[in-house]
Design a binder for this molecule. Structure first.
Ligand code: NAD
Ligand code: ZN
Length: 239
């Protein structure tokens, strides 16, 4: 592995790369993080706006909250870090993005293979007839499905199980990579936080990008203390 003078590995030295991203990945796009510095979701009693029980009791209240999020996220564009990851996917033999983010910014930057562990703010599903659709209106223009049921954000809320097909795909990608780059996650939301351990067991090199230490930091071979755009730029020379 080639290291730059300041000890940063080059993404180009690896053939099978997984980028594992959290809210910090989108912070420089203006999407508020949940827990880190300036995390505005701290202002909300998250569990009463983002769980099935709240939606069943008061769907409009839960939609007010999600419309507020749609309003903020809809104005945000992918940052240089998202773009460097999309460029890496074009150039390297095998690149997979595993994200805890629901903002869709990796896809907007052009990345094709994105596994969304926690769903997507722009996707909707109907719990009655099973319909699904993509809708980027903010606030959501059409709140009910043609069957009469409320659309539900296709997001993994508190208390929901992750999608089994996504877990399988993520486990396979983690088991099959030679570089895992974790970016901007506080590593406290389970089971997502432990997924990099699969890559570790499979012998991959693990890099953590985060301005702060996390509960998982010691698992990583290289810890880069800085922002997503700054450190991905350093890891991408020659791209
Ligand atoms: P988190 O908010 O718990 O933690 C954010 C982490 O990013 C912190 O460790 C912080 O130090 C780091 N960080 C802050 N600025 C950064 C930067 N510029 N570059 C790199 N790192 C930076 O985020 P999480 O671990 O993803 O967990 C939050 C949960 O809430 C997720 O599961 C997600 O579903 C949801 N969420 C999503 C979004 C989004 O879609 N963008 C935003 C907020 C929360
Ligand atoms: Zn329906």
């Amino acid at each position: 592995m080639t290291l730059s003078p300041d000890g940063v590995p080059n993404i180009h030295d690896f053939a099978r790369v997984v980028f594992f991203t959290g809210a910090g990945m989108s912070a420089e796009s203006g999407v508020p993080t949940y827990r880190g510095k300036g995390g505005i979701w701290k202002e909300y009693d998250w569990e009463s706006y983002a769980c099935q029980e709240a939606f069943d009791a008061e769907p409009q209240r839960v939609w007010d909250f999600h419309n507020y999020r749609r309003g903020i996220v809809g104005k945000c564009a992918p940052n240089k870090g998202h773009e460097l990851i999309a460029a890496a996917e074009k150039k390297l033999p095998h690149v997979v993005v595993v994200t805890q983010n629901i903002d869709g910014l990796h896809q907007l930057a052009g990345t094709k293979t994105v596994h969304e562990l926690h769903g997507n703010l722009w996707k909707l599903r109907c719990s009655r007839c099973g319909a699904r659709k993509m809708d980027r209106s903010a606030p959501l223009a059409d709140v009910k499905c043609s069957c009469g049921e409320w659309w539900r954000p296709d997001i993994v809320w508190f208390g929901d199980a992750l999608f089994p097909s996504v877990i399988d795909a993520v486990a396979e990608a983690m088991d099959d990579c030679d570089l895992l780059v974790s970016i901007g996650t506080s590593a406290v939301v389970y089971p997502a936080a432990q997924m990099p351990l699969i890559a570790k067991r499979a012998g991959a090199t693990l890099v953590e990008i985060n301005p702060e230490d996390t509960p998982m930091s010691e698992v990583f071979d290289v810890r880069l203390r800085g922002t997503a755009t700054e450190m991905l730029t350093k890891m991408s020379w020659g791209l």
